[in-house]
Design a protein around this ligand. Structure first.
Ligand code: SF4
Length: 227
């Protein structure tokens, strides 16, 4: 009788995972040729604000809000000087608006006081801004500054486990696992490709394995025990 396989029993071998990355990379690139961040932005500050707003909110909603917001607040000074109640009201529809307003104003104040009014382009400095963790910092580094950066969101975590790239569900640990098996020059695009695949085919509740172009390489294909 075949042994029942459970997610807990799966072990990820780094060399095998790196091989799997090599196999799925060209397929995902061909499948999602326009994979990039869904957030609209014109400069690093706008992307930083959008990413803070995107916590527990859809990118579509954030883009709707920032369309007018970025006409009103154009610089770090504009945000830092703004009345907190007004900022809360302006971003309310993105949810968790009180914390987000505090973080945005705090981050912009730090940007002015410590970084000459410009969003810093290095991880260790970005992490000094209120409300900015590694995921937000990686989004900004990878998309606004063109640096290799792996942003681990919920899709990246889910797909990495299913595809057998890492079993870490902690975003920071997963980022370091992926950094070991994905070539550095591909880091930013690789996370976009996983996000696109997670949104389109490998969905949280019901992955569409039948129509998945990487099913040949995926240990979780058609195996609900591993979803
Ligand atoms: S085969 Fe299924 S579980 Fe694996 S990546 Fe594709 S959709 Fe996801």
């Amino acid at each position: 009788m075949a042994k029942k396989t459970t997610a807990k029993k799966i072990r990820v071998d780094k060399a095998e995972a790196a091989e799997r990355v090599k196999k799925i990379w060209p397929v995902l690139k061909k499948t999602y040729p326009r994979a990039k961040t869904a957030l609209n932005f014109a400069n690093p500050l706008e992307l930083l604000i959008s990413t803070i707003l995107s916590a527990q909110c859809t990118d579509v909603r954030v883009n709707m809000v920032t369309k007018d917001l970025f006409k009103k607040y154009k610089s770090a000074e504009d945000w830092a000087k703004a009345d907190i109640k007004q900022v809360e009201s302006d971003i309310k529809s993105t949810g968790f608006y009180r914390n987000k307003a505090i973080n945005i104003k705090g981050a912009c104040t730090e940007i002015i006081d410590r970084f000459g009014g410009k969003v810093p382009d290095a991880m260790e400095r970005l992490l000094q801004l209120p409300g900015v963790g590694r995921k937000t910092a990686n989004v900004v580094l990878g998309n606004a500054f063109g640096r290799p950066a792996i942003a681990c969101d919920t899709h990246v975590i889910r797909l990495s486990r299913r595809i057998g790239l890492s079993l870490n569900s902690d975003a920071v640990k997963l980022e370091f696992d992926l950094a070991e098996i994905v070539p550095q020059k591909n880091w930013t695009l690789f996370s976009h490709l996983l996000i696109f695949h997670g949104r389109n085919i490998c969905k949280a509740r019901k992955p569409d394995c039948e129509n998945c172009p990487i099913s040949t390489y995926c240990p979780a294909a058609n195996n609900p025990a591993l979803w």
